[in-house]
Design a protein around this ligand. Structure first.
Ligand code: ACO
Length: 380
């Protein structure tokens, strides 16, 4: 008998699937009421100021923080996977020319090309270790591609990674063509650790949907970048610095923010789909920003206080706070990441969580094929 989907009651249609579990995961989770998130049970804010990005990546994949020896071996494995296949290197100038430097769209295209170049095939038609190696290579290549695309767009030749540097330092090295100083690496490391994963967010869901059809790792990971690039998700990181620049001075904060809200626009760096209290990533990045100091940070703090007050004055159904993006730009700027690359630095970090999620999806796959309640014209 045909199931009449349009007879499903309206309450089975939560908009945006908000709060609806669609999979079981052991990778990471977010408790929006408590303002807490974790990777495999470990709170990343406890090691974000002191650990390395390799720690977060290793934890997300293997379920434990690495020992010193494991960290070193893992960092070496990442470095070894940072070599671009010649066919990809040769195609990169054309890909860089497709759009503005630092655009996530260009990076998404390059990751898709990288998937083809390293021979990604439907994971259902190849061995699991090969699929795992391919997703790992794509994750390791993401900072390489990001930096190379940026340099090519500026008429510079790509700069390779150094065998003596770890992931975060190598990312800065490949952007600038010179070894970075330790304080800047530390700031970047903190951001990368905090951004490595975040529960079943929009882009994670998107890549798992793609992989669930058996599609290859290049398809899933470039799709994840596509989802992340939207202004309501990771695309907000780009828009916060321009918001701060447009406000310009603390005297203009309230009128500027009010005006945006009066026009029905969203304040970038505020609100979250899950958090109903402080975003713990924002708390750590604000702390780093305060230590950096400067006029821009003072302005960001006034914007934060005023934005929260205005949002909660206008909408009282639930609490809204600032999110991870508000201080991310300030911290990345200090770290020496050019503003054009703020957006792409997000997927550079998130590849760690995305690939852990893909492993989980593949290990226990069923194709995602939800239903919709048909509300259109009756059959005729
Ligand atoms: N500015 C203005 N209004 C807001 C904001 C905001 N930043 N955040 C929520 N609201 C209002 C919306 O207008 C919306 O009302 P409407 O449906 O009548 O238009 C309502 O509050 C929705 O509230 P929530 O249920 O709390 O949020 P939702 O889950 O729908 O959206 C989102 C969450 C997309 C993050 C939203 O807060 C937003 O657009 N923020 C600005 C963009 C941003 O900073 N994104 C980064 C998020 S963090 C990340 O993805 C890494």
């Amino acid at each position: 008998m045909t199931r009449v989907i349009s007879d499903l009651p309206a309450d089975v249609l939560p908009r945006g699937l908000a709060g609806v579990p669609v999979a079981a995961t052991e990778v990471s989770d977010v408790d929006g009421q408590a303002g807490f998130y974790h990777y495999r049970g470990v709170d990343p804010t406890t090691f974000a100021r002191t650990g390395t990005f390799e720690d977060a990546w290793y934890l997300l994949h293997f379920g434990e923080l690495p020992t010193a020896g494991e960290r070193e071996a893992f960092a070496a494995k990442i470095r070894a996977a940072m070599t671009m296949p010649p066919v990809l290197r040769d195609s990169l100038p054309a890909i860089a020319a497709l759009g503005p430097p630092g655009s996530m769209d260009v990076l998404r295209t390059a990751v898709s090309a990288a998937g083809v170049a390293i021979g990604c095939r439907p994971w259902t038609e190849q061995d699991m270790p090969l699929t795992e190696a391919q997703m790992f290579t794509l994750a390791a290549l993401t900072p390489v591609l990001t930096a190379a695309l940026y340099r090519l767009a500026r008429g510079q030749t790509p700069a390779g990674p150094s065998d003596d540097l770890d992931f975060a330092a190598n990312y800065l090295r490949m952007i600038h063509g010179a070894d970075p100083d330790a304080a800047r690496v530390r700031a970047l490391e903190t951001y990368l650790i905090l951004a490595a994963d975040h529960g079943f967010c929009n882009s994670t869901f998107a890549e798992r949907v793609i992989a669930s059809s058996g599609a290859d790792m290049g398809a899933a990971l470039s799709g994840a970048i596509g989802a992340l690039s939207g202004p309501l998700h990771g695309g907000a990181i780009d828009r916060v610095p321009s918001m701060l620049a447009a406000i310009g001075d603390v005297s203009r904060v309230e009128s500027w923010l009010r005006d945006r809200l009066d026009r029905g626009e969203r304040l970038m760096g505020f609100g979250h789909a899950v958090y109903r209290t402080l975003d713990p990533r924002n708390t750590v990045l604000r702390e780093v920003a305060r230590e950096i100091g400067g006029e821009r940070i003072a302005l960001a703090e006034v914007v934060e206080r005023t934005g929260i007050a205005l949002l909660n004055e206008r909408k009282t159904d639930k609490r809204r706070e600032a999110n991870v993006e508000l201080y991310a730009g300030v911290v990345l700027d200090y770290a020496g990441v050019p503003e054009e690359l703020f957006a792409c630095t997000f997927p550079v970090a998130r590849m760690a969580g995305w690939t852990a999620n893909l492993m989980e999806q593949i290990a226990d796959n069923r194709i995602f094929r939800p239903a919709a309640r048909y509300v259109g014209a009756p059959p005729r």
